[in-house]
Design a protein around this ligand. Structure first.
Ligand code: KG4
Ligand code: ZN
Length: 378
């Protein structure tokens, strides 16, 4: 079986966007309209190379909140209704530039949601006679640190001097928790992943137990900031010396404590319990992170996914990497960290240069798309 995405060259050259695009000649950078509808955010963005010209996110959260989770039928209907308006807004905010290509998320995600983005992208491709680039949502999160604003200002990655060697991608979102070895852009190997719930999912589920609403992850994180981690919740999988994660046992331990002890959910208790939960999540994440650094000696770390909005987690990752003398990069704005279409445009810009276009006739959603493990690679 061939590698999932084409590995091109060494980091030093291929990983450096200015080398790729020869930034003095802006006309070489492809202008791409990207759509992202993998779950319950209807997103469209226009990018020029890795610069973000517009990035529109229309959140459906309030429509799903009363159900306590994303309802596929509602998500599908709202994506269908909202896509034309969101796309128009993204185009006009970008100054209605002449487009070179379209890009769309094909997975992973909720099938009815993905289908809406793909169908609308095909419609636009026919209307404007443009090629389509299919993008893996996970690669979007991993490469989101490459995004810059119109003036070229971006994350610390923009100031990074690239050298050969591998990078380590750490993807921590509501649907995924993964450590990914990045040989170069497009050459990825899945080192470890969650065996059950993702980290963000665990935040949301424990937040629900604490009556913090939906999605409660960010609220729990706010509570944790002022709490004292008084309660003991066991670190998952301490006996397993691999790079996989597990969060469902931790969620169960939290539920059992609340069911057995029946504490009054005072503000102080919720703050302290949130701090205890977060401390254990961080411990589990950092144990695996350190192990990956020891095993693979990367030259830099790229963080991505909604949980990376958590400033304490970013600080901890940075402090841990500093012990190894390594830089940690993450997107320059909160909007680029959670689900958005600009990160899809960033991936598409690299695929454009590699000539990786899709045949609209066979373009379809891949709800379970993932990177391949080394045992699956050739
Ligand atoms: O990447 P994302 O926007 O969507 C997925 O692709 O899953 O991640 C959303 C997840 C949610 O589970 C949310 O609770 C979590 O990210 N999240 C946080 C924080 N902000 C968002 N988790 C912990 N601390 C935060 N500050
Ligand atoms: Zn995501």
């Amino acid at each position: 079986m061939p590698r999932p995405l084409v590995a091109l060259a060494k980091w030093g050259k291929i990983y450096n966007p200015s080398y790729l695009y020869n930034t003095k000649d802006m006309s070489k950078e492809p202008i791409i309209l990207s759509l992202e509808t993998s779950l319950d955010d209807t997103c469209a963005a226009v990018t020029r190379g890795t610069s973000v010209l517009s990035n529109v996110v229309s959140s459906q959260t309030s429509y799903h909140a009363s159900w306590g989770g994303t309802v596929p039928d509602i998500a599908k209907r709202l994506h269908h209704e909202w896509l034309p308006r969101v796309v128009d807004r993204a185009l006009s905010q970008a100054g209605s530039p002449k487009l070179d290509a379209l890009a769309v998320t094909i997975g992973p995600g909720l099938a009815p949601s993905l289908e809406q983005g793909i169908a609308y992208c095909k419609l636009l491709a026919t209307k404007y006679q443009l090629p389509i680039i299919a993008v893996n949502h996970l690669e979007g999160h991993l490469l989101s640190s490459f995004a810059t604003n119109k003036n070229g200002k971006g994350s610390s990655l923009a100031r990074h001097s690239f050298s050969d060697g591998v990078a380590l991608g750490f993807l921590i979102s509501g649907g995924h928790t993964e450590l990914v070895l990045m040989e170069n852009i497009g050459g990825y190997e899945l080192l470890g992943e969650t065996l059950d719930d993702a980290a963000g999912e665990a935040y949301d589920k424990v937040a629900r137990l604490l009556m913090l609403g939906y999605p409660g992850g960010p609220i729990l994180a706010e509570m944790a900031k002022v709490g004292t981690p008084k309660y003991h919740l066991p670190e998952p999988m301490t006996m397993r010396k691999d790079l996989n994660f597990s969060f469902s046992g931790l969620k169960t331990a939290a539920r059992q404590y609340l069911e057995c002890e029946k504490p009054e959910l005072t503000q102080e208790f919720v703050q302290d319990f949130s701090a205890s939960f977060q401390k254990t999540v961080f411990k589990h994440l950092m144990t695996r992170f350190r192990r990956a650094l020891d095993l693979y000696s990367p030259t830099m770390i790229l963080l991505g996914g909604g949980v990376v909005s958590n400033v304490e987690l970013r600080n901890l990752a940075r402090a841990t990497a500093k012990e190894y003398g390594l830089p940690v990069h993450f997107p320059y704005s909160k909007k680029l960290i959670s689900d958005n279409a600009a990160m899809i445009g960033v991936v598409a810009s690299f695929k454009y240069l590699r000539g990786e276009f899709s045949n609209p006739a066979s373009l379809d959603r891949l709800p379970n798309l993932n990177f391949l493990k080394s045992s699956q690679l050739q």
